[in-house]
Design a protein around this ligand. Structure first.
Ligand code: ZN
Ligand code: FE
Length: 724
């Protein structure tokens, strides 16, 4: 009798894979067993050859919805003369590489039960099954078994226990299984919460990976109160729409946007606005919308909550999201009018993810809930690598067993809370994957004063290595494609990053490959940055450093003149080639001279302004040797005195045209057919569109998709460069 041994790797644990195999084997009359092991799922089957073939085909083609198969390895096996098929005890050998499933949105079967008055789980906000529910946010350690989850405090009752142990049930080994009789509950009634929202109140609500603050998005007074209490002046709020139909009234929904909105990660999707909700996303052409993903959200809408809710991470300003009950109550008192607190603890904070469909395809802008901690790519390295990222939009990448796991979004490492989250995430990743410190390579940014660098120097490890920020951006794109030897022209534009020469880089062109390294081939002409980081908050201050090189160009603003004196004296003044700061300068010249209240605000304002203008003649932005010379560009703007829309448009066209011209020149000089774009500036959709339009068809363009083009993707690039 023929027998086969089958090993399946990928996200195959905690997603109902073993019961699926069990049912499939029985369907085809095969005997044998299935078990979880450290690298995934192992199967032994024996029986009719034809039945084995059908079994293997269905295994690969119709896996459970939440499973992500990386590889299926089939080998001949000795028949053991087994009768029947069984699910065996998990087996542990070496260090675990089985991938932890990201959190999953409630499935249709569970939703139907939740809405059925006759079902034991009717109206229950913690309903879940092997196809849906929390994973990463309830796992305290591996293996993924109930005693190691935040559900360990709730013993199963007879109903849950029966389903949990029945291989034919949808809840077979569903670790977070619960029902109203035995499981956790919510403190405030959901109907009451819906009524409060309708009355214009602000609700703090415990979700899957942290607390949200919610209010009626169409109630301007409520939205305003939320902004004031949260100290969040202008940064856009995301909204949750009750369903796709409600979402359609808010944003343009293409097929790609719909696919993102309804994908298992249920990210916040940025898309062009159709309506202006007062104060929700001011001076922005886009609005961030997500669909309900937790059973609680559906219950809230079913109970009559407003069909569009502002749903923002519960925190003050840019602190990390609150996720522990006592901490949330402490931090959110004075912000929230009421609390909707569920009893199930959250193992780790995981924010909502953010994605968008751009000119070069869908891209994840914040990789968190629903994506973390899935592997992004393979890495050609034997030993473990921990890449700690930069200080802004921090994320951490762990390479283990040849796979790159990118952590959830941690945030800006300037708050005590974020630094704590950083430490927790490092400890979490190293413990979860049982990393051997004696072979660990720790990778950090070159900036000697970065908190992440200082932290990296204190992590016990065998070796350490610094990687330059902008090269890491380019390498993040290469890593996604696992293209280690491909030579490319890399364009790395962002706000700030420590350069080889100690200057603040951010308008960089590189030539090379991940394996050989990236050589700086061209850059924005150097300007002065008076006051350093403060210049990033004050576009007029930033403008002084650039405009001092342009005759007769000045802004009538007190900060401008102060900064000019600072720059002329050389005090607290740095050299920079930052493209982000050039965007700030132009925004200031076009009228945006107030203090920015969130990163990238002036550039977003400028993109928004440009969208209101038809195509223009680009300003001159010549290449002089290895430099893009901004002087003719800024001189032209200074004499243009046009309206903001015209300045913004001609500027965007000038940058796009210069990128294409520089890329063509470098590609030709080095016989390279591929251009890579990465860095925070390339979150600008208009700029990408203009580049796409101007790029000759002989050159292909690679951009980020699974890793963010902003600093959230830097840790992946650091890990990739450290492989060589
Ligand atoms: Zn379900
Ligand atoms: Fe960056």
């Amino acid at each position: 009798m023929p027998a086969r041994s089958v090993r399946v790797s990928g996200v195959v644990q905690g997603v109902g894979f073993r019961p699926f195999v069990y049912r499939l084997a029985r369907l085809h009359g095969l005997s044998g067993w299935v078990l979880n092991q450290e690298a995934g799922v192992e199967i032994h089957i024996e029986g009719d050859v034809r039945a084995i073939q059908l079994f293997l085909a269905e295994l690969a083609n119709t896996p459970p919805p939440a499973a992500r198969i990386a590889a299926v390895e089939v080998t001949e096996a000795q028949p053991a003369g087994l009768s029947g098929f069984s699910i065996r005890e998990s087996r542990r050998g070496g260090a675990p590489t089985a991938r932890i499933s990201p959190d999953l949105p409630v499935c249709d079967s569970c939703l139907a039960e939740m809405r059925d008055p006759g079902d034991p789980r009717h109206g229950y906000p913690y309903i879940n099954c092997t196809n849906c529910g929390p994973r990463y946010t309830v796992i305290e350690r591996l293996p993924y078994d109930r005693p190691f989850t935040t559900m360990r405090a709730w013993p199963m009752d007879e109903l849950c226990s029966r389903q949990y142990h029945d291989p034919a049930d949808r809840r077979f080994h569903a670790q977070p299984i619960a029902c109203p009789a035995c499981g956790p509950r919510y403190a405030l009634s959901i109907a009451e919460a819906a009524a409060l929202l309708n009355a214009g109140q602000i609700l703090a609500m415990k979700g899957v990976g942290g607390y949200h603050l919610a209010c009626d998005a169409t109630n301007a007074a409520a939205v305003n109160a939320l902004r004031e209490r949260k100290f969040r002046k202008e940064k856009p709020f995301a909204v949750m729409a009750r369903d796709l139909a409600a979402a359609r009234t808010l944003i343009d929904i293409s097929a790609e946007v719909e696919a993102l909105l309804t994908s298992p990660a249920r990210p916040i999707v940025l898309a062009p606005k159709r309506v202006e909700l007062a104060d929700v996303a001011p001076d922005n052409r886009e609005l961030g919308v997500m669909l309900p993903y937790a059973p609680l959200h559906h219950l809230l809408f079913d109970s009559g909550a407003p069909s569009v809710l502002v749903m923002t991470s519960a925190n003050r300003s840019s602190e990390p999201i609150a996720y522990q009950d006592d901490d949330a109550q402490l931090r959110l008192s004075g912000i929230a009018d009421a609390f909707l607190i569920g009893e199930r603890p959250i193992a780790r904070r995981v924010d909502d993810s953010v994605a968008r469909d751009g000119p070069f395809g869908p891209v994840i802008l914040r990789r968190s809930r629903g994506y973390a901690p899935a592997a992004v790519c393979r890495l050609p390295h034997e030993g473990p690598i921990l890449a700690v990222g930069p200080d802004l939009k921090n994320s951490i990448t762990l390479a283990a067993g040849g796979l790159a796991f990118v952590s959830q979004h941690i945030g800006d490492l300037e708050h005590y809370e974020s630094l704590q989250a950083f430490d927790e995430t490092v400890a979490d990743l190293l413990t979860m994957y049982e990393i051997d410190r004696d072979s660990l390579l720790v990778v950090h940014d070159l900036h000697p004063q970065y908190a992440s660098t200082l932290k990296a120097l204190r992590i016990p490890a065998a070796r350490r290595r610094g990687v330059q920020h902008h090269r890491a951006h380019i390498a993040s794109v290469m890593a996604e494609r696992e293209a280690w030897d491909e030579r490319v022209v890399g364009v790395s534009f962002d706000g700030t990053g420590y350069g080889d020469d100690g200057a603040i880089w951010g308008g960089e062109f590189f030539v090379g490959s991940t394996r050989e390294g990236f050589a700086r081939a061209m850059h924005l002409r150097e300007a002065l940055l008076p006051g350093g980081d403060a210049a990033a908050r004050h576009p007029a201050q930033c403008a002084a450093g650039f405009l001092m090189q342009v005759d007769g160009a000045a802004l009538d603003h007190p900060r401008f003149h102060q900064a000019l004196r600072l720059a002329q004296s050389g005090v607290r003044t740095f050299r920079t080639t930052s493209m982000g700061r050039l965007f700030d300068t132009v925004a200031a010249m076009a009228g945006f001279t107030r203090e920015v209240t969130f990163e990238g605000q002036a550039a977003i304002w400028l993109e928004h302004a440009a969208g209101a203008s038809p195509t223009r003649t680009p300003y001159p932005f010549p290449i002089d040797g290895a430099e893009l010379d901004f002087r003719p560009l800024l001189a032209a703007i200074a004499t243009d005195r046009g309206d903001p829309a015209r300045i913004a448009r001609s500027f965007h066209q000038a940058v796009a045209e210069a990128v294409v011209r520089a890329a063509c020149q470098l590609c030709e000089a080095h016989s390279i057919p591929t251009v890579v774009l990465s860095g925070g500036v390339f979150q600008n959709t208009l700029l990408l569109e203009l580049i796409q339009r101007a790029m000759p068809p002989s050159l292909r363009v690679w951009t980020n998709s699974a890793a963010p083009p902003n600093d959230g993707g830097v840790s992946l690039g650091q890990a990739a460069l450290a492989c060589f």
